[in-house]
Design a protein around this ligand. Sequence first.
Ligand code: 4AD
Ligand code: MG
Length: 429
Amino acid sequence: MEFISISEAIKKGKGSVKLRGWVYRERGSNKLKFIVLRDSSDIIQAVIDKDKVGKKEWDDAVKLLIESSVEIEGDLAKDIRAPTGYEVKVKKLKVVHFAEKYPITKDQSTEFLLDKRHLWLRSRKLSSVMKIRSTVMESFRDYFQKKNFFELSPPIFTPNACEGGATLFEVKYFRDKVYLTQSWQLYAEAAIFALEKIYTISPCFRAEKSKTTRHLSEFWMAEMEAAWYGLDDLMKDAEGVIAYIVEQVLKKNKKELDLLGRDISKLKKIKTPFVRVTYKEALDILRKKGVKIKFGKDLRTIEEDKLVESYDRPLIVTNYPKEIMAFYNPKDPKDKKTARCFDVLAPESYGELVGGSERDINFDELKKALEKEGENPKNYSWYFDTRKYGSVPHGGFGLGVERLVSWICGLSSIKDAIAFPRTMLRKTP
Ligand code: 4AD
Ligand code: MG
């Protein structure tokens, strides 16, 4: 007999089955031993009866602790008392490895679980999140592949800052130094001259000194960049890809969303078009809610949260003040104090999901903005070549993968949206 997965066994519903996995729970008497078996697909109850297995098998069964790995063969029967509605009456048991006493028990602190992340990853909560994350990655790729974009992999070691010097990680590079990438953007801007429409999903690094539930120092960004694209095209793809990803997760991960206790009715409302407001309109909305904020200040967490509370879909905010935006953001000719840029803010207080913009193609403006950021334009001479040889209007955006996963899963911290989180205070395991 071939091994099948637990979910295949549950689908099968009756007959003999051969399964393998890990002991998720165990209890027993001097005649019966109950285990709940776990594999990557689901859990199922199995019962070992002293009178129905050999002496060695029974002796082994008695010694089984949580997370021991086993192979079982037996007959499947419906049992409404069992956690997933079925039970395997075990005929053969093979212990692959006897686990030591598992350190994770009920009611442990968040910090302890983070210390034991390599084990806690096996929990039903985290494995559900990781399955949803996998759908998120797959669907992002799928959306852009269907639109004839090419996937391009950017370098991770970079000589320049893309999003300002304050959050750069410096790395020793032979006898020199480089930085870990903050965004693929500058390289993407070079590559659109060859491929026109491109995307990537790649790691990004920022030395964020904030200890929030929204910031990681190593995170993954799903980014796109396209030649001939304007602000409107960019916003259409940003809302399009978010709505598509949510739709795919609802289709493929219903079980995981249920396990996480996510209110699915909230996700079902995520349809395009999203509401669009300018930064100035956002300030007016905030003022009406009693939050006073001056033009020229970036929206902080409290303001973003206040702003999104009346919307059940993500909110797009355009035209942030030029002076607070990264150097590559162009001035809006219709409103010169603002930039041709946008953010997508998640509902339910999950913060900024996407940041994007048209890219400045005016050489002098770029130089001036870089100098204002304290950068030496000389270090960007390779980037300026993109404005010298057949410059075209273009733009792109970056979607924070963990921000999106956090919101879709309804997590209370972004740390649970990635397998091994890295923050200012955590770099292990
Ligand atoms: O808004 P950001 O900084 O935009 C850029 O880096 C552009 N160069 C992207 C582009 O146009 N290609 O970052 C994009 C998104 C944010 O909206 C947020 O979702 C996520 O990346 N992000 C973070 N996620 C987790 N931890 C952090 N420290 C993050 N910083 C940004
Ligand atoms: Mg941003």
